[in-house]
Write a protein that binds this ligand. Structure first.
Ligand code: FAD
Length: 360
């Protein structure tokens, strides 16, 4: 066992990309004792910084296959990591529960079926006369909202999480370099990564966590990986209506596919996903607030006080995410077009196991 520990301590791992996936891989591997360097030229503009941080694990309706297995493992791993990270920042938390709502009868029937078929104490149908449904119907001036609640899912603030990870990794002596890798090649026993500033970084293992740009660094003939950009957008809306108290709503919920996070009595965030594009839309307010047959007056009159977007990478011809050991100490962990925050612990665990085997 001592030999293995020494192997880990002497090995240098280069992580390309410092979004949530790069940072979580560094977290998992730094616990094993590896020497780690992360490279990223512009991490503040990445998709992780734009994420709303919803952890949609248990509420996922397909209870089999790889995606469910990753979600399930992440749900189990999150409490352990949260406890560790809270030692550095006690403001970091997972706010529970998560509520999924719809005004569509057919969608609700599917949700009902899902709850009835899965005897899970943490998942429930929201009763029509429940406090939550009554408040949501009142605030959104509707009558037909229905939905389910998951007590095991919730939200972590992505910005706070990323900052806490930075502090944790710094304590673990993980080296951060602000640079872009333009080429990687294997030379004798080592990998050489060349950066835009002509820096050459030698490592034993490379993990590609650089989302869309992963393919730029791979030989596309031998590794036939295709990624497409998917835009995710969010707005912060300020409401000027004395009658409305957004804090009477749940802390995080989803109506007809839009994620909503009330921030204060008169401010909320609305987020949307799923457009194959790289350019944010000009009429974002109209589009993102159009999730009910009739918009409540307070929302029509709302003012956008912030807006942001992120570009995620979606695999083509294979499921998301792409986690592959390409052999010879080259691993890819990319294609997280959705749920990267949720899945980071399970995917990093997979990478760590591959690397442990490589050095054993
Ligand atoms: C508006 C919005 C809301 C979202 N909401 C949620 C949510 O509620 N829950 C959830 O789980 N997920 C959510 N997501 C999705 C989530 O943000 C992504 O799945 C996740 O951030 C992907 O992380 P990543 O590390 O793979 O990519 P990124 O965060 O994009 O990081 C990739 C990094 O690689 C760097 N890079 C690229 N090329 C190179 C290179 N050649 N050399 C060095 N570095 C390089 C980039 O600069 C970048 O920093 C949301 C996304 C958006 C945009």
């Amino acid at each position: 066992m001592k030999g293995l520990k020494e192997n880990f301590e002497n090995a240098h791992i280069l992580i390309i990309g410092s979004g949530i996936i790069g940072k979580f891989n560094a977290l998992e591997l730094s616990e094993l004792g590896f020497q780690i360097t992360i490279l990223d030229p512009t991490q503040n503009k990445n998709s992780s910084n734009g994420a709303l941080g919803l952890l949609m694990g248990n509420i996922y309706q397909k209870r089999k296959g790889r995606s469910w297995a990753l979600r399930k493992q992440s749900i189990e791993l999150w409490p352990k990591w949260l406890k560790k990270l809270q030692e550095l920042n006690n403001e970091l938390n997972i706010e529970k529960p998560l509520i999924q709502l719809t005004t569509n009868e057919e969608t609700f029937e599917k949700l009902e079926k899902f709850i009835n078929e899965n005897n899970d104490q943490n998942l429930k149908i929201l009763e029509r006369d429940s406090f939550i449904i009554k408040n949501i119907n009142k605030t959104f001036q509707t009558r037909n909202i229905k939905g389910i609640i998951s007590h095991r899912d919730g939200r972590i603030n992505a910005g706070t999480l990323l900052r806490t990870l930075d502090a944790y990794l710094k304590n673990k002596k993980v080296k951060f370099l602000k640079d872009k890798i333009i080429k990687i090649k294997k030379s004798n026993q080592h990998w050489i990564a060349t950066s835009k500033t002509k820096n050459e970084i030698k490592s034993d293992v490379i993990i590609l966590c650089n989302s869309l740009n992963t393919i730029d660094l791979l030989d596309n003939i031998s590794h036939n990986i295709k990624l497409k950009p998917v835009l995710g957008q969010a707005i912060e809306v300020s409401v000027n209506d004395e009658e409305v108290d957004l804090l009477s709503l749940p802390k995080q919920f989803n109506i007809n596919g839009k994620n909503i996070i009330p921030l204060s009595k008169n401010k909320l965030i609305i987020g949307s996903t799923d457009e194959y594009s790289t350019k944010p839309e000009k009429n974002i307010f109209e589009k993102i607030t159009n999730f009910l047959d009739k918009k409540p007056i307070w929302l029509i009159n709302g003012k956008v006080t912030k807006k942001w977007f992120g570009i995620r990478s979606r695999p083509e011809g294979e499921p998301s995410p792409i986690m592959k050991n390409l052999g010879d100490g080259l691993i890819i962990c990319t294609g997280f077009y959705k749920n990267g925050i949720l899945l980071a612990p399970a995917c990093s665990k997979w990478v760590a196991n591959e690397i442990k085997n490589y050095f054993s």
